[in-house]
Design a protein around this ligand. Structure first.
Ligand code: ADP
Ligand code: MG
Length: 304
């Protein structure tokens, strides 16, 4: 049997640069790689089942979006192959309603929120409008269990009718009705951030919630605006969600409070800023890749 050190499943063509970086860093460390795309998924599974090949470590970027890959994930799970994050851990952390409660428990500030049952279970919610108005208008309506990208999120809801309509997009999902957070604006910046947690390392980037553009976060920003708390929030979030790799959106509102908005993005978009207007700063991506490869090396017991 030929054993590959680091296997990665991908299904999105825009993962290509990220994948190449992972392979480059891995190879520099003497770690062999194996990539599973939709095209070689079936053949790979067969080879694994026939024990012609094996994987020492698995990073799954595919099965959250392409259920075909779940068979591979389950097979490797049965083999007890170490994974960056297990399917079960990812599913658990992807529940915004659950993480909302957990964040409150550990003291992470979150927007004022009502959580309502799925439309399939309770077709008409019994809200009276004054309760709703406590959220302020407009307010945000978002599904609890989608896979990010803002799909199904309504940012300008005003009435109960808007809620009823929005929750029909994903009738199996609980929904969060949320106060809309307006970030502080100063020195030509919106105080909205994306924190990346990767195997013990926290990185922060400016992220504009209106146009999705990232900007590099510097030591000067950290001191000038007293943003150290962002790191603490990310570490708390990591203890809650127990994932090795995720990102969180955090806004500073006009009163200076730091509020987590998108709690746990468990499958981060890793397109590079040098190649896409809304990509992640290259240095941040490189650091993430280094962390993941180093983590894999520890897990598979290869001395560095
Ligand atoms: N409470 C909120 N206040 C202000 N904007 C919000 C709020 N919730 C979501 N948004 C906006 O909607 C976008 C998508 O919502 P988000 O919670 O990030 O869902 P997803 O997991 O699909 O990315 C966010 O990036 C943000 O711009
Ligand atoms: Mg988001």
């Amino acid at each position: 049997m030929q054993v590959f050190d680091f296997a990665i499943a991908v299904e999105w063509e825009y993962d290509y640069d990220y994948l190449r970086l992972i392979e480059r860093f891995a190879h520099q460390q003497g770690i062999s790689t194996y990539v599973i795309w939709p095209e070689n998924l079936a053949a790979t599974l067969e080879q694994l089942q026939r024990k012609e090949i094996g994987f020492a470590f698995f990073y799954d970027r595919a099965s959250d979006n392409s259920p075909d890959f779940l068979v591979l994930n389950q097979f490797l799970q049965q083999q007890k192959t170490p994974m960056l994050d297990t399917w079960a851990a990812l599913q658990w952390a992807a529940d915004k309603a659950l993480i909302h409660r957990k964040f409150i428990e550990v003291g992470i500030e979150v927007p004022y929120t009502y959580i309502i049952p799925p439309a399939k279970k309770v077709s008409r919610i019994s809200f009276i409008e004054p309760e709703l108005y406590r959220l302020g208008t407009p307010f945000v309506v978002k599904p609890a269990n989608t896979h990010g990208g803002g799909i199904g999120v309504v940012r300008g809801a005003r009435t109960l009718a808007d809620v009823q309509e929005a929750r029909l997009t994903f009738p199996d999902n609980k929904y969060l009705l949320q106060k809309k957070i307006i970030p502080r604006e100063q020195d030509g910046r919106r105080f909205w951030f994306r924190g990346f947690y990767t195997c013990g390392m926290v990185q922060i980037a400016w992220w504009n919630d209106l146009n999705c553009v990232f900007n590099t976060f510097t030591e000067r920003d950290l001191d000038a605006y007293r943003l150290h708390v962002l790191y603490r929030i990310m570490r708390q979030a990591a203890r809650v969600c127990r994932l090795n790799f995720f990102s969180t959106e955090i806004a500073m509102d006009r009163t200076g409070k730091f509020i987590a908005i998108d709690y746990v993005n468990e499958m981060c978009d890793m397109r590079l800023k040098s190649r896409h207007y809304d990509g992640v700063p290259d240095q941040v991506v490189e650091n993430i890749v280094r962390q993941i490869v180093a983590h894999a090396r520890r897990r598979i017991g290869k001395a560095g």
